[in-house]
Design a protein around this ligand. Structure first.
Ligand SMILES: Cc1cc2nc3c(=O)[nH]c(=O)nc-3n(C[C@H](O)[C@H](O)[C@H](O)COP(=O)(O)O)c2cc1C
Length: 152
């Protein structure tokens, strides 16, 4: 599909214009920020559908990425992003479980695609044990507070 040809035909109907306005607003909000903090749970090893829907609105040809002779290029420059992923399980980097966490590589890839490559990841893994009372809230949060403090 040639995405460039879509520009001429989109937003012909009121519903399309309304959808485009949502996308425009999200993109304006994104571009206004010099640092993006995206906090999300992990659902079925990936980001939830509402986070994916937001991504589908902000990744737009001509706005946040371009297609040129050299291929794709991200247009959102000089910004940082921090991803905070809460998960029931624990996906420690280097552990056998790491590969199941598709949220981190996906967020890095899609933000990189629009030009945001300066990223940090905070993994808040183990919310199931917390919910089951196997871990005290303070014990769960303390290392995360330290990571947040180090990240800001
Ligand atoms: C639909 C659904 C799918 C989930 N899938 C995963 C998963 O694949 N891996 C995981 O570690 N946690 C999973 N969880 C747990 C969430 O990550 C967890 O709810 C989140 O960390 C927030 O914690 P809380 O529900 O105690 O507030 C899932 C939760 C829901 C509701």
């Amino acid at each position: 599909m040639d995405w460039r040809s879509l520009r001429a035909t989109r937003a012909a109907h009121p519903e399309q214009k309304a959808a485009l306005q949502v996308s425009d607003n999200f993109i304006a909000e994104l571009l206004e920020a010099n640092e993006i903090v995206l906090a999300t749970p992990l659902y079925n090893f990936a980001v939830p559908a509402n986070v994916k829907a937001w991504i589908d609105h902000i990744v737009r040809h001509g706005k946040t990425f371009s297609i040129g002779e050299q291929g794709y290029a991200g247009l959102v420059k000089d910004r940082k992003a921090t991803f905070i992923l809460a998960s029931g399980g624990v996906y420690t980097p280097g552990s056998p479980a790491e590969g199941y966490n598709q949220g981190t590589p996906y967020l890095k890839a899609i933000f990189g695609f629009i030009g945001i490559t300066d990223t940090k990841v905070l993994l808040a893994g183990g919310t199931t044990a917390l919910a089951q009372g196997k871990v005290q809230e303070s014990d769960f949060l303390q290392p995360l507070y330290a990571e947040v403090a180090a990240a800001v």
